[in-house]
Design a protein around this ligand. Structure first.
Ligand code: S3P
Length: 438
């Protein structure tokens, strides 16, 4: 358990220079989990330094997988094949990582042994029926606390059958759990989504040789096919880059480049929204590796106008809504965010947390059941705010603090390490770079 840390942030001068962010968290999780059940060794470069990804790594070690850490961001995973994992001799603790606890059961469902997954207090509050139900339909013996709705989750793996399943909410974690179980199932497994969620699982499994068919809202996988180990370079995390981008848009005189960021179209909703608001985020030097596109993101300060964020774009920027709400406090007009009730069951209730903390800083906003109405532009002022133990809330408040009058103290800011351990250093370097040049 990390020591509780409060973070004090003051108003910042312009941000300038070039920066790279840690590897994409979603892709890093998948790189470890999927290579662990592949045949052979895979070298993963650019593996995220996020605590969440470490939770996935430790979980796979607990299941008998050898992972060599050649450098902090370079791993070699020795795959044990689809059914080669070994029964863990203790409960596996995933910490704060929702992606680990939701995807891993798809793999454990196909093993011959018993395993139990748990996590921190936030994880033990988050809904798990969304994976337990479809895995049960596939024949898995799986249970959870509170009538199979909460972690700890216990799984007795065994024989599985393919299913055709329509997900009630668009969720890449749920889709991935079912597709992973589908690798072990007799016959074909089909997942249908009402709105497309991030597709890293499909891209990576296809690159590893899985037999899959992907159309707009439907993905299918054939059971029983082996996976080949996949060497890869993980692109930078657009969800982490988003804090630096919004900070640069809001602080007059800023101009930065975030290099090598993943620009998979199922993740770039934040760029579309910021550009619609009048921000100029440009993508250059696009390259593709392992089915995932990356590019350099150039951004400079700009005046913003309000937009409506709703519908199909929501899953494409679900993790970036907190920072989009901070941008909206500085945009001319009324920004409406709707259809995002999922935010209430993330690491914290992000709608309530944002409303409560941004109001303390003088923002003008209204909480909706499924979103927020934010009026701008307003002058923010420093305040004592709380992260609610949620990394994305902590970093969003830190960006708000950079443009606020006076000092802001963010309580429990240690959670930033869950996804972006170098966040404060990167911000300081961008601000310092300016001072050195100016
Ligand atoms: C993730 C999917 C999203 C996202 C989470 C990471 C993933 O969650 O919010 O941070 O890596 O698949 P849902 O699948 O619950 O939408």
């Amino acid at each position: 358990m990390k020591k509780r840390t409060d973070l004090t942030v003051s108003r910042s001068g312009p941000l300038r220079g070039r920066v790279s962010v840690p590897g994409d968290k979603s892709i890093s999780h998948r790189a470890v989990l999927f290579n662990a059940i592949a045949e052979g060794k895979a070298m993963i470069r650019g593996f995220s330094s996020a605590q969440d990804c470490r939770s996935s790594l430790m979980a796979m070690r607990a299941l008998g997988v050898e992972v060599d850490e050649l450098e902090p961001d370079v791993l070699v995973v020795s795959g044990l094949g689809l059914k080669g994992l070994v029964e863990p001799d203790d409960v596996i603790d995933v910490g704060n990582s929702g992606t680990t606890i939701r995807m891993l059961p798809g793999i454990l469902a196909g093993q011959k042994f018993y395993s139990v997954l748990t996590g921190d207090a936030s994880i033990r509050r988050r809904p798990m029926a969304r994976i337990i139900e479809p895995l049960r339909q596939m024949g898995c013996r799986i249970w959870g606390r509170a009538r199979d709705s909460l972690a700890p989750i216990s799984i007795q793996g065994g024989r599985l059958n393919g299913i055709s399943y329509s997900t009630p909410i668009p969720s890449a974690q749920v889709k991935s759990a079912i597709l992973l179980a589908g690798l072990y199932a007799d016959g074909e497994t089909i997942v249908m989504e009402s709105t497309v969620s991030r597709d890293h699982t499909e891209r990576m499994l296809i690159a590893m040789g899985a037999e899959m068919e992907v159309s707009t809202r439907t993905v299918s996988v054939a059971g029983g096919r082996k996976l080949g180990a996949l060497d890869m370079v993980v692109p930078g995390d657009i969800s982490s880059a988003a804090y630096l981008i919004v900070a640069s848009l809001l602080i007059e005189g800023s101009e930065i480049e975030v290099s090598g960021v993943g620009v998979n179209p199922t993740r770039t909703g934040i760029l579309d929204v910021l550009n619609a608001m009048g921000g100029r985020v440009e993508v250059s030097n696009r390259t593709v590796s392992g089915g995932e596109e990356r590019g350099d993101l150039g951004v400079r300060a700009a005046g913003l106008k309000a937009v409506t964020i709703e519908g199909e774009i929501i899953p494409r920027l679900i993790d970036e809504i907190p920072i989009a709400a901070v941008a909206a406090t500085q945009a001319e007009g009324e920004t409406a965010i709707r259809g995002a009730a999922e935010l209430r069951v993330k690491e914290s209730d992000r709608i309530a947390a944002l409303a409560r903390e941004l109001l303390k800083m003088g923002a003008s906003l209204e909480e909706l059941e499924d979103g927020l109405i934010v009026k701008g532009p307003v002058k923010l002022r420093g305040a004592e705010v709380d992260s609610h133990g949620d990394h994305r809330i902590a970093m969003s408040l830190a960006v708000a603090a950079l443009i606020a009058e006076g000092e802001t103290t963010i309580k429990h800011a240690e959670c930033i390490d869950i996804s972006y351990p170098g966040f404060i250093e990167d911000l300081k370097n961008l601000a310092l770079h300016q001072q050195a040049r100016g």
